[in-house]
Design a protein around this ligand. Structure first.
Ligand code: GLN
Length: 542
C-alpha cells in the first residue's frame, strides 16, 4: 500500500521545501521504507529547460532525459533514488496533455474545464506512482495563495479524500519571521497561511516551521491552538550551517515519528542514521581547506549551479577538506588579468553554459589554468572552451571557435546534427524547436585504457547525463592529440568526444556531460573526488 505525503509551502517562497521533502524522504528510507519523491510546478513552461538559470536556478537532468526542476536534484542527493522524467510536471505539461486529448476527441464532446479535466490530469500524475514505493512525497511548487497553485491544491485535496486519511498526509512548510522591535518570532503569517490552505479544504496535519532562532514553547502552543494542530506536530525547522544536517535536525524534532503517527503506524521501524551522522561529522571537522574558482556567468545566483556546488562539497567530504568556492563572472577576464582573480586558487572550474557572453573570458581562464598548471575541470561548455583554447594556443588555429556564438572562423565546436539514442538516429537542425531537443539524459561512453579518467573511474565503461547541443568536431582529434590533448572518452560509436585530458598537466580534464548531477554526499562522484584531491595537492605547493 502506497502512502502519500503532500508538501505545500506558505508565507514566502524559498523556504527550502524541496530540501525538507528530500530530508523527510531520507528519514523514511532510514526506517527501511521505499520512497519516491515528485514535484508539481505551477508555472506554464512545459519544463524548466527553456528558462534562464537566473529565473529558476539550475535545470536538473534525469537519466531518461527530462529537463527538470532542481528540487529533483535534492531528492536524488538525499535518497540516492535516481530521479525520473515522470517525477516532475508543470501546469504547461498538464495543459499540453489535456489539449492534445481534446484535439484527438478523447473527451467525447465534453466542455473542457479546469475542474475536472485539469485536476484529473494532475491526479493521474500522482496516481501513476501507486505501488512504486511505500511513501510517495509530492511537493507542490509555489506558495499557498498563488493563483497558479489552485488547480494543484484542488487536485491534492480530492486525491487525499479519495485515498482516505490513513493514506494521505498534508505537511505545510511555513516561516516564523523574527521582528527585532518586538524581540520575538511572529506566528501570524503562519496562522494566515494555514487558514488559506483550510479555505481550499486542506487541513495540514504537520507544520514545519522555518525560523532563524529557537521557537519557544509559547509560540509553538499558539500555533498549535490557532491552526488546530497537535503541539507535537508543530515542528521547528531552524536554519543549519550545512544542508546535510537537515535529516538529523528534523529527526531530533520528531518529524519522522510524527509522520508515522499521523498515518496511524503503530509498529514504527527502527532507524539507522549512521550515514548522515558520518557525513555531518566530516563536514563539521574538515582537516584543511581548498579554494576553487568557478568561472561562469550565472554567478549572482548560486542556485544556478546547485548540483555543482554540492558535488564540490562531496569531493571535499571525501578528502576531509572544506571546499571554499570563489564565483567569478567570466566577463571579468576579458578586460582584466586572470592572475588578479586566480592567483592562489587551488583549482579552476568552468561549468556548463550557453551563448556568447563571457565565452572569451572563460577561454582566458582555461589558458591561465593550463599554463600555470592549476587543476582544471571543464564541464560541458567548460570542455568546449578548453578545446578552443588548445586549438588556438597549441595547434595554432587562431580563429578556432564554436558555431554557438560565431558564424565565421574555424568551428572546432559545431552544432550536433545527428546522434544515436537507444539504437535510433536523432536528427537536429538550426530550425529545430529549442525546448527538449538537446542531447539529453544518460548516454554511455568508452574510456581509453591507461588514461587518467579510466583510473579515476576505475572502469572503461561509464554512463553520464548530458545536456548539450554542440560537440567537439572529431575531425580535429589527431591535430589536438599531437599537442598532448588526449581524447580519453568517446561515444561507443567513436563519433562524439566525451572527455579530453591534457597529458602534460597535473589535472586537466574536460567532460561533455554533467557528472555533478549524479554525485551524492554518501557516494561522491569520482571526478569530483579526484579534482579536489588534486586541489589539495596544489594547496601544498602554493
Ligand atoms: N552550450 C553548449 C552546448 O549546448 C554547452 C551546454 C552546457 O554546458 N550544458 O553544447
Amino acid at each position: 500500500m502506497t502512502r502519500y505525503i503532500f508538501i505545500t509551502g506558505g508565507v514566502v517562497s524559498s523556504l527550502g521545501k524541496g530540501l525538507g521533502s528530500a530530508a523527510l524522504g531520507a528519514l523514511l528510507q532510514a526506517r527501511g521504507y521505499k520512497v519516491r519523491l515528485c514535484k508539481l510546478d505551477p508555472y506554464l513552461n512545459v519544463d524548466p529547460g527553456t528558462m534562464s538559470p537566473f529565473q529558476h536556478g539550475e535545470v536538473y537532468v534525469t537519466d531518461d532525459g527530462a529537463e527538470a526542476d532542481l528540487d529533483l536534484g535534492h531528492y536524488e542527493r538525499f535518497t540516492g533514488v535516481p530521479a525520473k522524467a515522470a517525477d516532475n510536471t508543470t501546469t504547461g505539461r498538464i495543459y499540453t496533455s489535456v489539449l492534445q486529448k481534446e484535439r484527438r476527441g478523447d473527451y467525447l464532446g465534453a466542455t473542457i474545464q479546469v475542474i475536472p479535466h485539469i485536476t484529473n490530469e494532475i491526479k493521474e500524475f500522482i496516481a501513476e506512482k501507486e505501488g512504486t514505493a511505500d511513501f510517495v512525497l509530492c511537493e507542490i511548487g509555489g506558495t499557498v495563495g498563488d493563483i497558479e497553485s489552485l488547480p494543484f491544491l484542488e487536485a491534492i485535496r480530492q486525491f487525499g479524500n479519495e485515498v482516505g486519511a490513513d493514506r494521505a498526509l498534508f505537511l505545510h512548510v511555513t516561516l516564523l519571521p523574527y521582528i527585532p522591535a518586538a524581540g520575538e518570532l511572529k506566528t501570524k503569517p503562519t496562522q494566515h497561511s494555514v487558514k488559506e490552505l483550510m479555505s481550499y479544504g486542506i487541513r495540514p496535519q504537520i507544520l514545519l516551521c522555518r525560523a532563524d532562532r529557537e521557537i519557544d514553547e509559547d509560540e509553538r502552543r499558539k500555533i498549535a491552538l490557532f491552526c488546530n494542530i497537535d503541539y507535537q506536530k508543530v515542528i521547528p525547522a531552524l536554519d543549519v550551517s550545512s544542508i546535510y544536517e537537515v535529516p538529523l535536525t528534523y529527526h531530533a524534532e520528531g518529524l519522522d515519528k510524527q509522520v508515522m503517527e499521523s498515518f496511524g503506524i503503530d509498529d514504527i521501524p527502527d532507524l539507522d542514521l549512521s550515514i548522515w551522522k558520518d557525513i555531518v561529522e566530516r563536514v563539521q571537522a574538515p582537516e584543511g581547506e581548498v579554494k576553487i574558482a568557478v568561472v561562469g556567468k550565472y554567478t549572482d545566483l548560486t542556485d544556478s549551479y546547485k548540483s555543482l556546488n554540492e558535488a564540490l562539497t562531496h569531493g571535499g567530504i571525501a578528502n576531509s577538506v572544506k571546499v571554499k568556492l570563489k564565483f567569478l563572472e567570466s566577463e571579468l577576464f576579458e578586460t582584466e588579468d586572470p592572475a588578479e582573480h586566480l592567483k592562489g586558487v587551488h583549482g579552476v572550474l568552468v561549468p556548463g553554459g550557453f551563448g556568447e557572453r563571457g565565452a572569451e573570458g572563460k577561454i582566458k581562464a582555461v589558458q591561465y589554468a593550463r599554463e600555470k598548471k592549476i587543476p582544471y575541470f571543464g564541464i560541458c561548455f567548460g570542455l568546449q572552451m578548453a578545446v578552443i583554447e588548445a586549438a588556438r594556443n597549441l595547434c595554432g588555429i587562431k580563429d578556432a571557435t564554436s558555431s554557438e556564438f560565431e558564424k565565421k572562423g574555424t568551428h572546432i565546436i559545431g552544432l550536433m546534427t545527428e546522434w544515436e539514442k537507444g539504437g535510433k538516429k536523432e536528427k537536429r537542425g538550426d530550425d529545430t524547436d529549442k525546448g527538449g531537443t538537446m542531447r539529453l539524459g544518460a548516454y554511455p561512453a568508452k574510456l581509453v585504457k591507461g588514461s587518467k579518467v579510466a583510473a579515476i573511474y576505475d572502469t572503461t565503461k561509464i554512463s553520464e547525463r548530458h545536456r548539450h547541443r554542440y560537440e567537439v568536431n572529431i575531425n580535429y582529434k589527431d591535430q589536438l592529440e599531437k599537442e598532448g590533448i588526449e581524447f580519453s572518452g568517446l561515444s561507443p560509436d567513436g563519433k562524439l568526444p566525451e572527455i579530453i585530458e591534457h597529458k602534460d598537466h597535473p589535472w586537466f580534464i574536460g567532460v561533455q556531460f554533467h557528472p555533478e548531477l549524479k554525485s551524492k554526499p554518501f557516494d561522491p562522484h569520482p571526478l569530483f573526488v579526484s579534482f579536489i584531491k588534486a586541489a589539495v595537492e596544489q594547496s601544498r605547493l602554493v
